[in-house]
Write a protein that binds this ligand. Structure first.
Ligand code: NAI
Ligand code: NA
Length: 396
């Protein structure tokens, strides 16, 4: 069928298999253009199908010749209905990995469940023996707890005070005030259950106990800090409490991994347009101002540039891994440059519907958003019939 973007709120209901393939191939080309990384050889990526996780899988495979197992939760195609983009991304990734002679298999299911953890361990035992890197890159609004069975829902709310500030509807370009009422204590607990570190620790515990972690294995999860303007809804809001928990969990996991000489890290990444971040109020306006400034100074990066730099300039340098005073890897260094932040803060004050296309990069935001779903790529014939029913061979 001919596939066009169909928007509903913060999501796009359709995705384009050829466009998703193009997105993956572009990222592979980028990683190859940067040269080989003396990196991991057997990698598990949890949250491997989009955003930072997909970029981590691509960087491992095409930067370091790694065998990869990817875990994700994506919708398969049905007659007349496209798959979710992460499904087509993973299909394209596996095809490219296969062509390059690289092992790649994927598991599509709920990573929070015991079952998917067991399936993953079985697959590692059968095919790879042991792994040397685990990337934890889940972003989800819900988690069913594997022990209690409770379905926890995360919320994006401020803590304590009502928050009012500007936001942009990036589809229409309209800048308006948004008011978000503060969360309840239960909201905080639920958000920590979903996006905190418990599930990461459960994964690492299961992998360690199964004997599938190589000596010196490393694990990395992703966090975010960001600017003052987003603090009430992000770092000092409910999601920030979950990120605090995630960051604290890294130390706990490092203790647990001591017997194999392993280590857990959190990497603080840059704000980027992904399915996860476009749903957070205020962030799209911040990103559109940030993009404009960073593109002008030549420091703008997407997920693949961020992760390629994380691997080549932080994790696998043959030296020690640089961390901040809280033990975190910082690859958000260019975003958090005080000059850049000063400019964003100034632009923020004056941002309106009328001037945003001039002072911000709304076009870049929109284009990145369409790209997430495989739309807007050069070299893809969107007027042509596309086969939505393509499937990932051997998907578990
Ligand atoms: P994303 O939405 O692009 O990717 C989420 C991944 O998790 C996908 O592969 C999805 O299939 C998988 N997933 C979700 N629920 C699952 C489940 N129940 N079982 C198995 N897989 C599941 O998100 P993004 O933005 O790449 O986020 C990844 C991490 O990076 C998150 O921890 C996020 O907080 C962090 N981060 C994101 C930033 C941003 O600006 N987007 C900035 C800094 C950190
Ligand atoms: Na991801």
């Amino acid at each position: 069928m001919i596939i066009e973007p169909r928007m509903r709120g913060f999501i796009c209901l359709t995705s384009h298999p050829k466009g998703c393939e193009k997105n993956v191939l572009n990222q592979i080309d980028y990683v190859k253009s940067k040269g080989a990384i003396d990196g991991p050889k057997k990698v598990l990526v949890i949250g491997a199908s989009t955003g930072f996780g997909l970029a981590s899988r691509i960087t491992s495979a095409f930067g370091s010749d790694a065998a990869t197992i990817g875990v994700f939760f994506e919708k398969a195609p049905a007659e007349g209905k496209t798959a979710s983009p992460g499904y087509y991304n993973s299909l394209a990734f596996e095809a490219a990995a296969g062509k390059a002679g690289l092992y790649a298999k994927s598991i599509n299911g709920d990573a929070f469940s015991n079952e998917v953890k067991e399936q993953t361990i079985d697959l590692i035992k059968a095919d790879l023996g042991q792994i040397d890197l685990v990337i934890y890159s889940l972003a989800s609004p819900v988690r069913q707890h594997p022990v209690s069975g409770v379905l926890h829902r995360s919320v994006l709310k401020p803590i304590g005070d009502t928050f009012t500030d500007k936001t942009v509807d990036f589809h229409t370009g309209i800048v308006s005030d948004v008011t978000i009422t503060p969360c309840s204590d239960e909201d905080i607990a639920n958000t920590v259950e979903v996006m905190g570190g418990e599930d990461w620790a459960m994964w690492m515990d299961a992998l360690l106990n199964a004997g599938v972690l190589a000596d010196g294995a490393m694990t990395v999860a992703y966090s975010y800090i960001g600017p003052k303007v987003t603090e009430p809804v992000y770092r000092k809001g409910t999601i920030g409490m979950a990120k605090d928990h995630l960051e604290a969990t890294a130390f706990k996991i490092t203790d647990d991994l001591a017997k194999i000489g392993g280590k857990a890290f959190v990497s603080v990444n840059k704000a980027l347009v992904t399915q996860a971040s476009s749903a957070i109020p205020v962030i799209p306006l911040y990103i559109s101002l940030l993009y404009k400034i960073m593109k002008a100074e030549g420091t703008h990066e997407g997920c693949i540039e961020q992760i390629q730099r994380l691997f080549s300039a932080r994790l696998y340098t043959n030296g020690s891994i640089p961390v901040d005073e809280k033990g975190r890897i910082r690859i958000d260094d260019w975003e958090m440059n005080p000059e850049v932040q000063k400019e964003v803060a100034e632009l923020w004050k004056g941002a309106t519907t009328e001037n945003l296309t001039a002072i911000g990069d709304l076009a870049g935001y929109k284009s990145d958003f369409l790209n997430l779903f495989g739309f807007g790529f050069d070299g893809v014939d969107y007027a042509a019939e596309a086969n939505e029913m393509v499937e990932i061979p051997g998907l578990i």
